[in-house]
Design a protein. Sequence first.
Length: 588
Amino acid sequence: MTKSHKKQQPTNIKSLPKTPTGITGLDEITSGGIPQGRPTLICGEAGCGKTLMSLEFIVRGAMIFNEPGVFMAFEEKTDELAMNVASLGFNLYELQEQKKVKLDHVHIDRSEIEETGEYDLEGLFIRLGHAIDSIGAKRVVLDTLENLFSGLSNEIVLRAELRRLFTFLKNKGVTAIITGEKGDGGSLTRQGLEEYVSDCVILLDHRVINQISTRRLRVVKYRGSQHGTNEYPFLIDEDGISVLPVTSLGLEKAVSSKRISSGIPALDYMLGGQGFFEGSSILVSGTAGTGKTSISAYFAAETCKQKKRCLYFAFEESPNQIIRNMRSINIDLQPYVNSGLLRFHASRPTLYGLEMHLVAIYKLIQQFKPDTIILDPITNLITVGSVSEVKSMLVRLIDFLQNEQITVMFTALSLNTVVNEQTDEGVSSLVDTWMLVRDIEHNGERNRGLYIMKSRGMKHSNQVREFIITDKGLDLVDVYLGPEGVLTGSAREAQQLKERTGVALRDFAVSRKDKEITRKRTMLESKISNLQAEFESVEEELNRIYYEDELKQQIMDKNRDEITKMRRGVKEDIPVKKKSNGRRSNKL
């Protein structure tokens, strides 16, 4: 494209205005609804839901968007239509009284139609125009339009009258839906003309695979607008039609760093001490009887303890059976069910096809608004689809839950077969945390071991822990290493008892030696005390003898001196008193 061409392009191009249908999921697929003021064709085989979808378009428009609508039927009578949709909670009689909906049945008898000359729809235009003007309709449905042309074979006349009809609808400024039955030879309609003059074409399909029916929707064309081009499953139930959009291919989803507990403290410790990431996906796989449902039940109970909602999808057991069984491991789920925090949805996988299960899950999540959901077990879904189909379904489910920031826990049964190994491998690559519970058989005894295969974004244990289920609850203990390797169960307890006995014996021996040492110390201290007393006694006796000898020696020396003096005639000097004041005394 040249620069001059670029300059000539208008810059104020408006997007195509759209009319929301009000049908769950369909407006997402069509990026807002069907083209406003233009005709849309809904085609498909008998029983695929054309009439119901177009009638819901009218009812939702009147009830939600306050847009009156005209429903003109060429096959079913108005009373039949009202009865057919009453099971969905739609009261057409009340809407007619409020002049929000106008029902009109145009009877056409094919036997009375004969092609003789020119054929036009002028009478239909007058009748339809009056119905539109009578209630100020913004929406119009022409149901099974090909009945108008059932007796005609002139294609030129058919094409001309169809164009006139669509032009008439556009001039009236109404958003119209025309339904038509699927034709032969690859044609979308019997006449093969409506799809060419319609601005939007939606194809409905009802197929049966492995005795399981599935309805799908595909937007074949949409002039002037982007739209989803895949096949989308849709469900017809008591609330009308629900269409599940295929998840987007983009990987730009919000993530959370907030952690939530598993309900098992020892498992939280293995996951870095805080549990799972909020909004993450968890897979618990293992053989039958390893405690997968017990782990999921504890997770559900922990969610409810935090005053949050949990949605539990059970594909094997009934809710009453699960509640009864969990009481045996010291957990009662019934109070949470009564309070509305826990809701069970139990069904056999063969009830629907995979796509219908996905739609049902999607719809329940939108209604219940849970914080966590549990699917127990996903392995049973293989009975209604191949491994690749199950994986595709789970990819879409996980993406949807990540967008909603809902934490999901899957359980998967492992049977050591090729199919189940593929299932585990396929699903495990999608989830954030994968925990594996295995049987450990030793000495004729079966025990359980749990280890974490992966847990994205967090530090986690790489050890195998023995998984214990008792009437007091669930617990994980360190795997015990004995002389002969890893010991579990009674072997672990026996070895621990043996070692505790050994420790007790050693403690007793040490205590006995300590007592012997204390006794000997006491005896020695007593002997030392006696010897000390004996020494002191001897010392005292010796000192006494020494003092006596000293005294005797002094007395003997004194006596000797006195005897010596006496032998020499020396008297003892008599002391002479001296006069006081230096005077001589006159006394003799």
